[in-house]
Design a protein around this ligand. Sequence first.
Ligand SMILES: Cc1ncc(COP(=O)(O)O)c(C=O)c1O
Length: 448
Amino acid sequence: MDGSAPSFSTNSLESHWMPFSGNRDFKASPRLVTQSSGAYLTDHKGNKLIDGSSGLFCVPLGHGRKEIADAVHAQMMQNDYVSPFQTGQLGSFELAEVIARRLPDPFNHVFFVNSGSEAIDTSLKMVMAYHRARGEAHRVRYVSRERAYHGVNIGGVSLAGMVKNRETFPHVMPNVVTMRHTWTGDDMFVKGQPENGRELADDLQRHCETYGGSTIAACYIEPVAGSTGTLVPPKGYLERVREICDEHGIVLVFDEVITGFGRMGTPFAAHKFGVTPDIMTMAKALTNGAIPMGAVAATDEIYETITNTAPENAIEFFHGYTYSGHPAACAAGLATQKIMDDEGLFEKSAALSEYFLDALWSLKGHELVRDLRGIGLMGAVDVHHDGVPGRRGGNLQKALFWNGCHIKFTGDNAVVAPMFISEHSHIDEIVDCLRKTLDEELEASVKA
Ligand SMILES: Cc1ncc(COP(=O)(O)O)c(C=O)c1O
């Protein structure tokens, strides 16, 4: 590419129905990214922006990694597609082994999918198959949490705890009940895990007492609730959820789509918090965002129960996608995981956390900032709404873009997630841009 801005006609934007976007608003005033490299993006007007959310938390190694592109290209030239049903290609076995090595024991089995949403739906079917294989098909209830985000497929929407993602789609899976979310308002501006709120885990116990623990199939938890604005689990909370699951034979699923692969400074959040679930979903950083891919990891107990109870030579789990373990995605995944090891990026992520959180906390006291939360390389700037929840967040995301920074907002929460390759100067640049944009918004709101 020569770096010059491409020309386009706004009419040419009409055909694409954009996801999670204000289509009319965007098409009237587009924000197109035409190039990405390292920590930076270039927009269609030629402006440079820093990527303050690592894309959507999926590009921690920086954009345009040649090693990944080369690996995908070589794979495409050698073996571009293999049916993953009853045949295979080496890459998926190699990548599964690499992932299994990173996972806590006894996670030794990895099922490939193409996104976080597919990982959630796959995990639900694993849970169903597991209970059926154990003669416990009567476990038909699922527990999730308020403010949860588990993707957008029917399973994920059924588990969702964010109203905008649910209210248009009421006819989803039945029998899902929610626990309260863990942001109590008692501990504000806390770096890391809040002291208060462990008892919120007992909502699960209350569901067991209301419905019967033996009817509950699984409990879904994002160890750190990401999309809703970085809700960090209170101390002791995940441990208590684990205890209750054990007591009632409930499968504990950690949705590690954002937290997996280093965002907490450890391979997975399960390591960070010292709590081991039974199933883990992952996606995002698995391939550094270069090729879509997700995965579901299961313990020996779950894999072996499903596999060994099926008749000899039969398909044990009637599930899979045409693109499960696609060769290009596996090549991207293997190259990504190699870079993570070669460059010590989990350690780098851990080492950067303090600087990042301190920088973010410099926004404390800003009139528009309601709360700050953060752990690892994941933080939220929770902004006071302007009378209409979500409107200010949407406007700030756009204003940040034109001020030179990409940050993902959900409602009025900015979710800041720098790359693991960040220098301190990158983090300063992100926070400076946030401050400038908040100042401008405050000034505009005072004038209005
Ligand atoms: C915790 C969690 N689960 C699932 C998903 C869905 O992933 P995808 O958008 O790849 O379908 C996301 C996406 O942000 C997520 O944050």
